[in-house]
Design a protein around this ligand. Structure first.
Ligand SMILES: O=C(O)CCC(=O)c1ccccc1C(=O)O
Ligand SMILES: [Mg+2]
Length: 361
């Protein structure tokens, strides 16, 4: 038999505690696990994990996009690979599905070559990646406690979710006092403020030594305007969701740092190309999870390990512990502030373990 098989299963992740952000509180998230089984007996995996909170619209788009490729997969793996290049992925759901299918096919290729996916993508990849701890919005005491615990566990970078408000400056200052001057602090405001308020906030936190302020305002134009005056470097995240937004961000000079999430970019290979371009333009790329299952998280880890640029830059991948694992999947918990690639070929996941499990979502 020369055909391949494309399958998928809906999942639901439950947060151990709600994650509070300036854009709202997250208690669950849904996604779709994708598998490609090849004629030579390999199984590749991918994760459809659109922006949390957009699942109602994006997951049906993703499932429709996958359904259109199921018959192509039966013609064979080669036909599926060609279709992946040809078939447009216009909607956010289709882009997340495209990222998942491409991940599954790359997983298969790297397994065939007998190397971890990161090394299949780039021979000079690294086998571990520094990561930032993620701390949601909470009162100052709990924030400081979480920051101390993260530093004690070996994290050298912390990302605090913040609101753009005068009261938040004191919370950030309390963290800086608790962790000392060496730990990197990143602040993420999730597109919640206007330019004037964001500028006042940036000026107020600048003396605390902030690595960057992530997406304080909603649009690229606002980010560009803010960046002309902000004493703190700015990162673009949710504003990059569209297919051409990174081009616009570069043209506008909207960001010092680009946050790259695989389901939003829609392609591993495109993400790596964009990262090359950003690095040449002096813009740092930080890969983050999208709060997905172990499949999407480990895919992002391989991509982060294959990125060009500073190998010691921390990425936003310390999120496995925030949610209940799906069944018996491995939990990618950082050790000493780093995530280590699983040693096996491809994504390095046990395929049978990932595919067993109830449909949910
Ligand atoms: O960057 C991290 O440390 C974790 C990832 C994260 O914060 C995130 C996860 C899902 C959706 C949005 C975001 C975000 O950066 O705003
Ligand atoms: Mg963000």
């Amino acid at each position: 038999m020369s055909g391949s098989r494309l399958d998928w299963r809906w999942y639901r992740l439950r947060f151990r505690a709600p994650l509070e952000t300036a854009a709202g509180s997250l208690g669950t998230r849904r996604g779709i696990l994708v598998s490609v089984a090849t004629a030579d007996g390999l199984v590749g995996l991918g994760d459809v994990a659109p922006w949390p909170g957009t699942e109602d619209r994006a997951l049906p788009e993703a499932a429709d996009w996958l359904a259109a490729l199921r018959a192509v997969a039966e013609e064979g793996e080669g036909a599926l690979r060609q279709a992946l290049e040809r078939v447009a992925a216009v909607t956010p759901g289709a882009r997340a599905a495209r990222a998942a299918l491409e991940t599954a096919l790359l997983d298969v290729s790297a397994q065939r070559a007998g190397v971890p996916l990161a090394f299949w993508l780039r021979s000079s990849a690294r086998s571990s990646v520094p990561v930032n701890a993620l701390i949601g919005i909470a009162d100052p005491e709990r924030t400081v406690e979480a920051a101390r615990a993260a530093v004690a566990a070996g994290f050298r970078a912390l990302k605090l979710k913040v609101r753009i408000a005068a009261s938040e400056v004191e919370r950030v200052a309390a963290v800086r006092r608790a962790v000392g001057p060496e730990v990197q602090l990143r602040l993420d405001a999730n597109a919640s403020a206007a330019v004037a308020a964001a500028l006042a906030f940036a000026r107020a936190v600048a003396p605390l030594g902030i690595e960057y302020l992530e997406q304080p305002v909603g649009s690229l134009e606002e980010l560009a305007a803010l960046r002309r005056q902000s004493p703190v470097p700015l990162a673009a995240d949710e504003v990059l969701a569209g297919p051409d937004e990174l081009e616009r961000a570069l043209a506008l000079g909207a960001a010092d740092i680009v946050i790259a999430k695989l389901p939003l970019v829609g392609s591993v290979e495109r993400l790596l190309d964009l990262a090359e371009r950003c690095e040449r333009a002096g813009i740092a790329v930080v890969v983050t999870s999208n709060l997905e299952s172990a499949v999407g998280l480990v895919a992002a880890l391989h991509v982060a390990a294959a990125l060009p640029g500073n190998a010691e830059r921390a990425h936003g991948l310390a999120t496995a512990g925030l949610v209940e694992p799906l069944g018996r999947e491995p939990v990618f918990q950082p050790l000493g502030g780093r995530l280590v690639l699983p040693p096996g070929p491809g994504l390095g996941l046990d395929r049978t373990m990932m595919l067993a499990g109830e449909e949910d979502g």
